[in-house]
Design a protein. Structure first.
Length: 482
């Protein structure tokens, strides 16, 4: 059969509450045009994030009933530990409540002020946790990634030449470890090839520097290796995963993505001494080392989720549904970043609204319009998130690019939901000429996108934005070069 279907059927359903356009106009106005301030029940299709939003399977729910809530040495921990050891091949396993807790804990014991941590692209909490220790989080994305037109299959790769240069310029004591994020979330979920991970690991190993993988979407990356890297065409997903992690000394994991769980994470390592130090530190903030801030039932859900995510039927469906969304948008001329990954599709708001300069927040405009048109919640990843207002001039300094992320929760939405999203985007695109820019009317000191308030500008343009540099099409460089 050619038709790829969801490899599951529904046992429980969660009703969607429909809103009208006039209700949404009122709701959005009350929320200051910020979609983070909208209640989930007022959203029809929620594509804000793929993190912690997966639908769990009947196996996961039944495993949760087995959850052992003993403070120390609960059975659930040993099942969790065994799953992580079997899949990733690391003996030392420390549960934590989510990915950033793994980062904070691991870095606090390994990164010293002034040290450099290279990566293909650090995720934003990863960067923040390195910088909080006065370390330098260095993004070394491959050159192909900067070319928006290129359909290079592994745009998530690290730039090996830049790594070589860095290693020649710095002593091993200045680099506590190297990281690599699979898939590369900060740049659109682009995958990293096994060849790239292998060469990176060899460069590090030659200088005695460990490699730590940020593994949040390890299964999606393994699937894209199988699809795109000819040597792995016939290799089973679990074997590809083992080959990836054999090249590393440990990993940090947010189980809210490819753990198919709603909460949780872990650190997995080879080095028992480092693990012992981390366990001592873990007790201070996360709890006893056999639960790490999680309930026994959470550990059970993750243990099952990590196995389910390796199913090739699941990953094939996951890839097919992302491709369906991407193709549907492109067929309606909605500009998206290519090649698209598995966990999200990104609309290029600068191409979508070429008449709105970056300083007037084209990404925020598209995100708000998708909500008004069809109740779809997405996430602006552009000037509202990464730009800033110059305190001297009061003008917006735009981000490198203005994207709108349509994140795809795992096992949650069906093809008709995707058709609805495609139609919504197409309807907004048809009236793009009528749309005007936005400005920020209130913002906090940091992480402004979560709470800032926005206002639409009147039809006649000219709000000072002409003084701002108009950035060209520098697609897929978000995060890089910052
Ligand atoms: C989500 C994510 C994290 C942080 O994990 P949380 O569970 O959200 O704390 C780290 N790295 C990557 C690549 C992520 O996607």
């Amino acid at each position: 059969m050619k038709t790829i279907i969801e490899p599951f059927r529904c046992k429980t359903v969660e009703p969607i509450r429909f809103t009208t356009r006039s209700e949404r106009e009122k709701l959005l106005k009350e929320a200051g045009n910020n979609l983070f301030r909208i209640k989930a029940e007022d959203v029809i299709i929620d594509l804000l994030t793929d993190s912690g939003t997966s639908a769990m399977s009947s196996e996961q729910w039944s495993a949760m009933m087995r959850g052992d809530e003993s403070y120390a040495g609960c059975q659930s921990f040993f099942r969790f530990q065994e799953a992580v050891q079997e899949i990733f091949g690391f003996q030392e396993v420390l549960p934590v409540h989510q990915g950033r807790a793994a980062e904070r804990l691991f870095f606090s014991q390994t990164v010293k002020a002034g040290q450099v941590v290279p990566s293909n692209t650090h995720f934003d909490t990863t960067r923040a946790n390195v910088e909080a220790l006065s370390g330098q989080a260095l993004d070394l994305r491959c050159k192909e990634a900067a070319d928006s037109e290129s359909d290079y299959p592994f745009k998530g790769n690290i730039d090996l030449e830049a790594v070589t240069e860095l290693l020649e310029g710095k002593g091993p004591d200045q680099i506590p470890f190297g990281m690599i994020t699979i898939t590369n979330n900060a740049c659109g979920g682009q995958p990293v090839s096994l060849d790239n991970i292998r060469q990176y690991s060899q460069l590090l190993k030659a200088r005695g520097i460990p490699l730590i993988i940020d593994a949040a979407r390890f299964a999606e990356n393994a699937y894209l290796i199988k699809e795109r890297e000819p040597a792995y065409k016939e290799v089973a997903i679990p074997a590809i995963v083992r080959e990836i992690f054999e090249l590393a000394d440990g990993c940090l994991m947010s189980a809210k993505k490819d753990g198919l769980a709603n909460m949780g994470g872990f650190i997995a390592l080879r080095d028992p001494e480092l693990a012992a130090r981390l366990k001592d530190a873990l007790i201070l903030t996360e709890g006893f080392p056999t639960y790490g801030g999680l309930s026994g039932r959470d550990l059970e859900a993750i243990a099952v989720g990590l196995k389910e995510v390796l199913s090739e039927d699941y990953l094939r469906y996951r890839a097919a549904s992302a491709k369906y969304m991407a193709n549907g948008l492109r067929a309606n001329n909605v500009p998206i970043v290519v090649p698209s990954g598995l966990h999200a599709i990104y609309i290029d708001a600068r191409q979508f609204l070429p008449h709105i300069p970056p300083a007037e927040l084209p990404g925020q405009v598209v995100a708000c319009q998708l909500y008004l048109e069809a109740g779809i919640r997405t996430c602006e990843i552009g000037t509202a998130m990464f730009g800033h207002t110059d305190p001297k001039t009061g003008l917006e300094v735009p981000a490198h690019q203005d994207l709108v992320r349509l994140a795809l929760p795992r096992r949650v939405y069906s093809q008709s939901h995707f058709d609805y999203v495609i139609e919504g985007a197409e309807r907004v695109y048809r009236r793009k000429g009528e749309l005007t820019g936005m400005k920020i009317v209130w913002q906090p000191k940091a992480l402004r996108h979560f709470t800032a308030q926005f206002q639409s500008l009147p039809q006649a343009a000219g709000t000072g934005s002409e003084h701002c540099p108009r950035h060209g099409k520098t697609l897929s460089t978000a995060g890089a070069g910052k």
